[in-house]
Design a protein around this ligand. Structure first.
Ligand SMILES: C[S@@+](CC[C@H](N)C(=O)[O-])C[C@H]1O[C@@H](n2cnc3c(N)ncnc32)[C@H](O)[C@@H]1O
Length: 212
């Protein structure tokens, strides 16, 4: 498995502490979204996925304890998979989900064959990949998706470092939808929505890309 400074952090105490903070019920996650943006994650998922059949194969890369996958399951999606670096998070994910296939693995080496999924998505994963590694992760996500790439990530029109928990090599924000499309010319933007925080100037973007 590829080793990076970020992987070391997520695999250790820093990752465990994140996972413990992230241990919330679906209802708590929805309330967090309402507090952050004024609407729920389910609301955004419905806007982006309303025309997608419920039995399509969907993979989340960096699924942590499975909150996003549980939210999709609640919406009726039946064919859900997660890949997560941290053994600790995978163990918790397995204990709190049913009929969701969450396994340990890395975004640099997704353990599935080419085009295995209809949709591959990330939610707060790309922002934690260092600039020198981001194309390798884009390539893996693109490789595993037959048709769609979906994401919700911290947005900025420039790709820049953001200090995170007093560290300088753990978070970057950017226009990830544009970066994907610059790398893969056959990716088209189906939809993008910007989600401004209610209490500060930060913006997250949710985007949906299709291979044409
Ligand atoms: C900010 S959390 C987001 C968790 C989840 N997507 C959510 O929305 O609740 C980032 C997750 O990605 C995982 N991660 C970080 N780097 C990874 C990598 N290279 N491959 C797989 N997972 C990774 C971390 O362990 C962590 O669980």
């Amino acid at each position: 498995m590829k080793k990076t400074e970020q992987i070391e952090q997520w695999s250790g105490e820093f990752g465990k502490q994140y996972t413990d903070r992230n241990c919330m019920t679906l209802e708590e996650m929805e309330n967090l979204w309402i507090g952050n943006y004024g609407f729920t994650r389910s609301h955004m998922n419905e806007i982006f996925l309303r025309s997608i059949p419920l039995d399509v194969k969907i993979l989340e890369v960096g699924s942590n304890i499975g909150n996003q996958l549980l939210c999709l399951q609640k919406a009726g999606f039946t064919n859900l998979y997660g890949v997560e670096l941290q053994a600790y998070a995978v163990e918790i994910a397995k204990s709190r989900t049913k009929n969701i296939n969450i396994i340990r693995g890395s975004a640099f080496d997704i353990p599935y064959k080419d085009g295995y999924f209809d949709i591959v998505f990330t939610s707060g994963l790309l922002i934690h990949i260092a600039p020198q590694d981001i194309n390798a992760v884009f390539d893996e996500i693109y490789r595993c998706s037959k048709r769609f790439i979906w994401g919700a990530e911290y947005y900025c029109d420039q790709y820049i470092n953001v200090p995170y928990r007093e560290q300088n090599a753990l978070m970057w924000k950017g226009d990830f939808s544009r970066m994907y499309r610059e790398r893969f010319r056959n990716l088209q933007l189906v939809r993008e929505e910007f989600m401004k925080y209610l209490t500060n100037d930060n913006v997250d973007a949710m985007y949906f890309l299709e291979k044409k």
